[in-house]
Each structure stands twice: as C-alpha cells, then as structure tokens.
Design a protein around this ligand. Structure first.
Ligand code: ARG
Length: 466
C-alpha cells in the first residue's frame, strides 16, 4: 500500500486536517497543468544548476536532484508516473516524487523559488513554444496560398463589395489578400515572442530573494533573452497568455472569413470551387450533397477561441498585484485555444491546397452584374475628358439601357452607346471585357496578373526570413 502525500502535508503543521473533497476539487489543477511537465522539469533543472553554481546547494545535492528530475521526466514520458490530485498541481507532483526518489536533498530544490515564479516560468515556456508552432503553421498556410495564387494569377473572378459583384479581379489576387492577412498574424506572433522573451524565474513569491541567485544564468539556460526586471510584475503578469489568445482570435477571425467564402463558393449557386473529398462530407439522407464541414468547423472554432480570450481577460481584470489563485484559471483557456487554432490552421492549409478552382464559372460570373461599368466610366474620363462624376452618371445610363435590353455592357451596340453620349467610339468595346479590365489595373497592389505575380515574388522572399 502506498501512503498518498497531500500538499497540506508538504506545507507542514499549519493545516491540521486534509482539505475537504470540495476544496480539493476546486483547488487542484493537475488535471490540466500536467501538460506543463516538461517545462516544469526544465525549469527545475536550470534552477538547481544555478543553485549549485552559486554555492547555495552542494554539487552532490545538485547531482542527485538532476538525476532524480531526469528519472521523473522519463517516468512521465513513458506513462509510468502516477499523478495525484491530492498534490494539487504539476509542481507539487514532481517535487513529491523527487522526495520519494532521492529523499532529503529534494527539499533543497525549492530554495529561493516559489510556485508563483515557477508557474509563471512554466506557462511562459509553454506559450512561447506554442507561438513558435503557430508561426510554423501560418507559414505552411501562406505557402499553400502562394502556390494557388501563382497558378491563378490570371484567373478572373468577380470581386465583391457588400457581396454584390463590384469589379473583376483575379483569383490569385484574392488569394494574396489572405497572404497579407496571415502574414500580419505571423508578424504579430513574432512580436509577441520578442516581448515575452524574459524569464520570471527567481522572482520567488513576489519580492525576489535574499539568496545570491543568478537570474541571468537561468534565463540563458532556458532560452530567454534576459530575466524580467520587476519581481512583482513577474509573478502577476499574464500578458503573454492574453497576447497569444488575442493573436489566435484575430487569426481565427481571418480563418473564419475564409471559411465563409469557401462555404459560399462551393454552393451550386456560386460553383466557384469544388472541395476535395478529404475535406467534405456527404449527407446521410440527400445523396447529391457534399458538405463543407471542415470549413464550417473552422468558422465555429473562432467562437471558442475568442471565448477563451474574453474569459481570461475577465479573470485578470480585477486582480490586485501580485499573484492570486484566480490565475490558475489561465491554463485551460490557453490550452483549448492552442489546440483549436492549430487544428483550424492545419485544416485550412489542407482545404486550400486541395480545392479545385472552377475557372469557367468564375469567368462567367466575373462578366455578369455589369462588373466593367467602372471601366466604361474610366474610359470616358481618359478618352473624352469627362469629369469622373459626369462619367459615372453617363455610365449609369448605359447600365440602365443594358438592363432594359437584358444584355451585358459589352453587348450594347455602338448606336446604343452613342445615344447615351455622342462622342463614344467603337474603341470603347476594347475596354469592356473582363480580361481587359483586370489587365488594366496595374497600380501597386492592384489586380493585374503581372502585379499579382510581383506580390507573390515579394512574399516568397519575405517568408524565408519570417
Ligand atoms: N497551480 C498554481 C497555478 O496554476 C500554481 C501556483 C500556486 N501558487 C500559490 N501561491 N498557491 O497558478
């Protein structure tokens, strides 16, 4: 029979009886913070090495502590470790096991340290690693878009405002709009890593410590740029978690807009794209259906990711400095959001790479809805010297006439055109096709295929360094 230790026993005599079942239930975080085991052990190894180097513990104690910690790491990784709720959290579970393994020297590990800086460190390391993963996933998605953009730099489609046909654009250009969006997400990730890249270890409970510790040594060993500068802030700060959740929420919002477009584009009414079988499902009752479930679920994940952000903001908003136990509630929100954003990014990369572009439908739709009306107005300005406002008016009359004759602008006769404005010549028809319209928009960032190709080149180069 094993005698189970409890965290109360570890604190010593002040608490006479064990916590009630309800207290244990509300207090314990081991159910989820066990995810931090690798960070917790890495932090303890760095702390112990520093304690030995500065002469706070002996070399022999250090050896036993680090051997013990490595044994625990292996036990956890091989599924041989028994987590105990009585021991509250990952920090106490590891420490108690260390005492089992090596006895008295285990008690020296916590010198000049508190669970407050310990958890701040573990969680920071975890979030930092997650941000790196997010960056890698974003790069994969951007690369997928760059490939599609290159294939379709000259594929025309309708551009929309208010979801009403506005002007023809290229599908490559539309893809590159998402590259810009996810590129901003990527740069936000990089900024956040830079800002959070400071080690809180050594802040102890909140006030620092009287022991001659070397915080620069542990910061460096754990891969941080430098130690944090204020011990109070070090244990009360969860900005890095909030920043991760904000970045994830903005990114999820981008994914959701894309998901919505995929849902719309794959309807039989639009028929712009076909999703691969891998990323769609059939209906159990309607045999003709192919549902964009993956896109819909990506759209839905946005709700829970943003929910996590709002949840943690609410947890933090009224907390006095420094540490309060409320902050234990930071983890599940972040873990859930991290899992969701990773899955959503991976699913979207798959959908973007696999979807079939139905060029003929896009082209047909691109020419409908009088999408080249602006080109007519521009021609009137350029060739006849009309002020743009007047040209807009004349074009409006041309659209009305085309509408009444149930034809496209390009199908009006020269006589029709001249009835609207006598100076219009045959040459105007050279500017009313979709391809001409698209090719003419060569302004920086415009939709002309050559401009889209230039932006693709820019991003390919930028992505290497991103
Ligand atoms: N499980 C705690 C958390 O996640 C660890 C820190 C506990 N610190 C304390 N002073 N009770 O926040």
């Amino acid at each position: 029979m094993t005698t189970e230790k409890s965290s109360n026993q570890m604190w010593g005599g002040r608490f006479a009886s064990g916590p009630s079942a309800i207290m244990e239930e509300i207090n314990a975080s081991i159910g989820y913070d066990r995810k931090l085991y690798a960070q917790d052990i890495a932090g303890s190894l760095a702390h112990a090495a520093m304690l030995a180097k500065t002469g706070i513990i002996s070399a022999d104690d250090h050896k036993q502590i680090s051997d013990g910690l490595n044994t625990i790491l292996a036990e956890i990784e091989n599924g041989k470790f028994t987590f105990s709720r009585k021991l509250e959290d990952i920090h106490m579970n590891v420490e108690a096991r260390l005492a089992d393994l090596i006895g008295a020297p285990a008690g020296r590990l916590h010198t000049a340290r508190s669970r407050n800086d310990q958890v701040a460190l573990d969680f920071r390391l975890w979030v930092k690693n997650e941000l790196e993963k997010t960056a890698a996933s974003l790069k994969i998605l951007i690369e997928a878009f760059l490939i599609r953009a290159e294939e379709h730099a000259a594929t025309v489609m309708p551009g929309f405002t208010h979801l009403q046909t506005a002007q023809p654009v290229t599908f490559g250009h539309h893809c590159m709009a998402y590259v810009e969006m996810f590129g901003r997400d990527l740069s936000r990730v990089r900024d956040a890593i830079e800002r959070m890249n400071e080690s809180p270890l050594g802040a102890a409970a909140l006030a620092g410590t009287g022991f001659p510790i070397d915080r620069h040594m542990t910061a460096e060993a754990l891969g941080f740029r430098e130690p944090t500068r204020n011990s109070i802030d070090s244990v009360s700060d969860r900005d890095y978690a909030l920043e991760f959740l904000s970045i994830a929420s903005i990114c999820a919002t981008h994914l959701s807009r894309l998901a919505e477009e995929i849902v719309i584009w794959s309807t039989s009414q639009f028929n712009f794209i076909r999703l691969s079988d891998a990323f769609s499902t059939g209906s159990s009752i309607m045999p003709q259906k192919k549902n964009p479930d993956a896109a819909e679920l990506v759209r839905a994940k946005t709700g829970r990711i943003t929910g996590s952000l709002v949840g943690l903001l609410m947890v933090m908003k009224g907390l006095p400095l420094a540490y309060s136990k409320d902050m234990q509630e930071d983890k599940e929100a972040v873990f859930d959001a991290a899992e969701s954003i990773e899955l959503a990014l991976a699913a979207m990369s798959g959908m973007v790479s696999d979807l079939t572009v139905i060029e003929a439908s896009m082209k047909k739709a691109a020419g409908s809805g009088y999408s080249t009306a602006t080109d007519l107005a521009d021609w009137l300005v350029r060739e006849l010297g009309l002020p743009f406002r007047e040209a807009h008016h004349v074009t409006g009359r041309a659209v009305a006439l085309a509408e009444s004759k149930k034809v496209d602008l390009s199908k009006l006769t020269l006589e029709d055109m001249q009835s609207i404005h006598p100076q219009i010549t045959e040459a105007v028809f050279g500017f009313l096709t979709v391809d001409k319209s698209v090719k003419s928009r060569q302004s920086f960032g415009g939709t002309a295929p050559q401009e889209v190709r230039r932006q693709i080149k820019y991003w390919k180069k930028r992505l290497i360094k991103a």
